[in-house]
Design a protein around this ligand. Structure first.
Ligand code: GDP
Length: 194
């Protein structure tokens, strides 16, 4: 049986300059409710590591988790949840963009896209922005279990196309069923090892 991604919560912060230097970093980003917390918990095989939000948009901090062999996994606040107070919502892009542009330790951004829904305009904006700024990124499609197996080949093509990628460039996962979790975990570890 494959091992879990061993992660320990270190710190939450609102600003990049307050973050600890733990070596190479990978970050997870996506719109609220995309399944980011569930995915981090599934990779770590811990139920409560990242908070699965009952109220989407409540976790607006940069959360840092350390890996025992060095490096860190960073959980960025979810974007695009309409019900957060205006001030917090306005601060999001600055906080996320500041981190993505300034963080020297950052080696890979995993952009989560809902596998059932496909990329939303906000997801596409995020991908355009990452491409424009040359930030290394990988698209992860979540909740693969919600796509009927008969529809998967077509959905995989469509989602990749919506992200302007080849089908094979997208990593598909299901936090609920465990599909693709080992592959993603190995990818994460390979980046942390530098
Ligand atoms: P976050 O806001 O991006 O951190 O998303 P959460 O991890 O809190 O998940 C949002 C909702 O999607 C929750 O109701 C989860 O139970 C559900 N969810 C997350 N991952 C999966 C998955 O792989 N399959 C299914 N069917 N539901 C999922």
């Amino acid at each position: 049986m494959s091992s879990a991604l061993s992660l320990r919560f270190v710190q939450s912060a609102t600003r990049t300059r307050d973050l600890p230097d733990l070596g190479p970093e990978v970050a997870f980003v996506g719109r609220s409710n995309v399944g980011k917390s569930s995915l981090i918990n599934a990779m770590a095989r811990q139920r409560q590591l990242a908070r699965v939000s009952n109220t989407p948009g409540r976790t607006q901090l940069i959360n840092v988790f350390s890996h025992p062999n060095g490096g860190a996994v960073v959980d960025l606040p979810g974007y695009g949840f309409a019900k957060v107070p205006g001030r917090i919502r306005r601060d999001w892009p600055e906080m996320i963009e500041g981190y993505l542009l300034e963080r020297e330790q950052l080696v890979m951004v995993f952009v989560l896209v809902d596998g059932e829904i496909g990329p939303t305009p906000l997801d596409q904006q995020m991908l355009d922005w990452l491409r424009y700024h040359d930030v290394p990124h990988t698209v992860v499609a979540t909740k693969s279990d919600k796509v009927k197996s008969s529809k998967r080949p077509r959905r995989k093509r469509d989602l990749a196309e919506g992200c302007m990628l080849e089908t094979g460039d997208v990593v598909w996962v299901s936090a609920s069923k465990g599909d693709g979790i080992d592959r993603l975990r190995d990818l994460v570890v390979s980046h942390l090892a530098g």
